[in-house]
Design a protein around this ligand. Structure first.
Ligand code: AMP
Ligand code: MN
Ligand code: MN
Length: 329
């Protein structure tokens, strides 16, 4: 890759970094990993990160306290990095992207058509943090940066478990834990551990889940009233959709939560039979083949019916391809 992070920054006096709304582990890790790297390598440059407030589980990552979450007015940035997202999901940081002298988009979403002046889009990569690792000079890596990037890699690969994990992912993971941070605890606290209310809400979502399309798909939702009752925020609902997908016989799992009147945030996870990035794209969303999301309007049943049609198409497509392959053997 003929791309040098520091060269791209040139003589920049001010650099901005942003990721997507509702930042996940990969987004937070990539933004803070890159921020730490630029602060270390370009000490005369002012570098700022703009993100919605990350979940408390990420508080151990160096630089969390420096994140600007109130999106104040700022003079234009000379260089602006957009990480782990296309440029349409920046939320309050969009204005900095629009005003910046130069924009660089680094992402691994298959749905990203590349909205920066410089675009590095690698759908073959399991996480943006893995891409950042490849793009920086590993001689300058230190324990704090390694920890930030490791968080992103474990979150987007389900702790090296999803099919986006490659031998190279594991090699990078091995190098990163060599920096000596407490990785077992980091995995436990940021990935597996849930608060009591999170576990209760998850329990409710599992209990009230409904199977459809002959039992190979499952859906569950949490409404605003329930979120208020348990006093949970959207970030407390992470992990529910994965739990639904882990049920034997399920090819596609959907989890939805109410974001407004007749408005839902939809998360989808699937096996190889359903390309959920395609399904999400029909509704203006995106993501990866096996993990994608979108926002939808309508009643719960409207949303499920609309999604169901597209999921069924994906299942039929897979069966046709599968039959053709079987017949040709
Ligand atoms: P989530 O279900 O929110 O965990 O998201 C699953 C994957 O799809 C992540 O990689 C997200 O970045 C992506 N994604 C979720 N919602 C959207 C959306 N509305 N537009 C584009 N990508 C999305
Ligand atoms: Mn992300
Ligand atoms: Mn990611």
């Amino acid at each position: 890759m003929s791309f040098d992070l520091l060269e791209e920054c040139g003589e920049a006096k001010r650099i901005g970094i942003a990721g997507h709304v509702r930042p996940d582990g990969d987004c937070v890790g990539a933004c803070l990993g890159l921020w730490q790297y630029l602060v270390k390598c370009l000490p005369g440059t002012e570098t700022k990160v703009f993100l919605e407030k990350p979940a408390d589980i990420f508080n151990g990552i160096k630089g969390v306290g420096e994140i600007c979450s109130d999106f104040p007015e700022e003079p234009p940035f000379d260089v602006f990095f957009v990480l782990d997202t296309s440029t349409d999901r920046l939320g309050g940081a969009e204005k900095y992207f629009k005003a910046a002298g130069k924009t660089v988009n680094i992402d691994h979403h298959v749905s990203n058509a590349g909205g920066g002046q410089v675009n590095i889009i690698r759908p073959d990569m399991g996480s943006t943090c893995e891409m950042i690792y490849d793009l920086l000079d590993t001689q300058r890596l230190d324990r704090d940066m390694a920890m930030a990037l490791y968080v992103g890699i474990i979150h987007d690969t389900g702790v090296f478990q999803y099919s986006n994990t490659t031998p190279e992912t594991l090699e990078k993971g091995a190098k990163l834990i060599g920096y000596g941070f407490d990785f077992p605890n980091l995995i436990l606290e940021t990935f597996y551990q849930k608060t009591y209310v999170q576990a209760q809400v998850m329990g409710r979502a599992l209990m009230e889940s409904i199977r459809f399309l002959g039992g190979c798909c499952i859906v569950s939702s949490i409404d605003r009233k329930t979120m208020d009752f348990y006093n949970v925020e959207p970030k407390d609902l992470d992990g529910i959709v994965n739990q639904l997908r882990n049920i034997r016989g399920i090819d596609c799992a959907i989890f939805m939560y109410e974001t407004g009147v007749l408005e839902y945030k939809v998360s989808m996870r699937s096996s190889e039979k359903v390309n959920v990035a395609q399904v999400a794209a029909y509704f203006g969303g995106g993501g990866h083949a096996k993990a994608a999301g979108c926002n939808m309007t309508g009643t719960f049943h409207d949303c499920v019916n609309n999604l169901s049609l597209h999921i069924e198409n994906e299942l039929k497509k897979w069966e046709t391809e599968h039959d053709e392959r079987n017949n040709s053997h």
